[in-house]
Design a protein around this ligand. Structure first.
Ligand SMILES: [Zn+2]
Ligand SMILES: [Zn+2]
Length: 347
């Protein structure tokens, strides 16, 4: 079978390898769709750990089922989460399962950009395979994981009813943050984004205001107007660039929260006025990845009509064009969410 892996000089290449085989407690899944994530792009740049594996937002149809697997049958539509925590270490026992040292070492074989991938016994035992509701199409399914990441973060920091939320960076995850913040009860949601296409996409999804951060003073003015000069309750740094974190700290209210989500460059430093941070009592809360519970709850919001996902997929390309799909995903002016499709996509 064919699968997409990291090639030379930040490229993605298609390679042939034997199709994975399901052990007695395992599944294999035929790919329908897998989204390209910002972290996949960072892996190509060598700016991210677990550099070997690409593709972690896959949906597809169960293909082979091991003898001892009871809950799945061939043909079932599933989403599969790539990382599972150990549930035994001290970090897991505190409930911070996405920061479990084991979590990021677990993965799908050989990754999500493959005609077929294997789901390990450990993944199945921890509920990583989620049956897709018939009303959730493949595009929406491929957005469950990134939406789960945004929901995990928003629950961690809390979105009080009537909150004002500023999302800095309206890439796919920033757009999901904006929609989820609204669904959780925020009364004002604003966003900053350089790409005009992504600003327009945000506006079609019920965001109150978008701003091009290159316009001097525009972000501050927009926030001041929306909050009576107070600052927002929550500012989300959905990009890892230090300037975004600085703006987030400046625009959040006294005692408000800055959520760090975008992956910063390795070795980058906090660029904010630490005295302001201290005197204004701003909380900095990082959130990484998601858990089975949030992914399930995101699906519930989609099924219940409280969250739209499919329309954020601007392009879908077949696995044979995975290299082109990656080039497109790296162009924010031309694409929002890019999804790579497999044989199960039209089935
Ligand atoms: Zn992702
Ligand atoms: Zn653990």
């Amino acid at each position: 079978m064919r699968f997409g892996r990291i090639g030379p000089n930040g490229s993605v290449v298609l390679e042939d390898r034997p199709a994975p085989v399901a052990g007695p407690d395992e599944l294999t899944v035929r790919l329908a769709a897998c989204g390209i994530c910002g972290t996949d792009l960072e892996k190509l740049r060598g700016n991210y750990r677990t550099a070997g594996v690409l593709g972690h937002e896959p949906v597809g149809r169960v293909d082979a089922v091991g003898d001892r697997v009871r809950d799945f049958r061939p043909g079932d539509r599933v989403f599969v989460h790539h990382h599972v925590p150990c549930l035994a270490c001290e970090v897991c026992r505190r409930g911070d399962t996405t920061f479990c040292p084991t979590y990021a070492t677990t993965n799908l074989d050989p990754g999500g950009f493959a005609e077929s991938f294997r789901v390990s016994a450990e993944h199945l035992a921890k509920g990583a395979a989620l049956p897709l509701d018939p009303s959730v199409d493949w595009r929406a399914g491929a957005l469950l994981e990134p939406a789960g990441c945004a929901l995990t973060a928003l629950r961690k920091v809390g979105v009080p009813d009537g909150a004002s939320v500023l999302v800095l960076g309206l890439g796919p995850v920033g757009l999901l943050y904006a929609r989820l913040a609204r669904a959780l009860g925020a009364s004002w949601v604003g966003g900053t984004e350089i790409s005009e296409l992504r600003r327009r996409t945000a506006e079609s999804g019920g965001i109150d205001l978008t701003v091009d951060p290159r316009e001097a003073g525009a972000v501050h003015e927009a926030v001041a107007r929306a909050t009576g000069g107070r600052g927002v309750d929550l500012a989300v740094a959905a990009s890892g660039h230090p300037s975004v974190v600085r703006t987030a700290v400046e625009e959040v209210r006294r005692g408000g929260t800055v959520n760090l989500f975008g992956l910063p460059e390795s070795g980058s430093r906090l660029d904010a006025d630490l005295q302001q941070l201290y005197l204004r009592g701003v909380r900095l809360v990082p959130s990484y990845a998601t858990t089975e519970r949030e992914i399930r709850d995101v699906q519930g919001l989609v099924v219940g009509g409280k969250l739209r996902l499919s329309d954020l997929v601007s392009h879908h390309l077949p696995l044979e064009q995975v290299a082109e799909a990656f080039r497109l995903a790296a162009r924010p002016d031309d694409a929002v969410k890019v999804v790579v499709t497999g044989a199960a996509f039209d089935a």
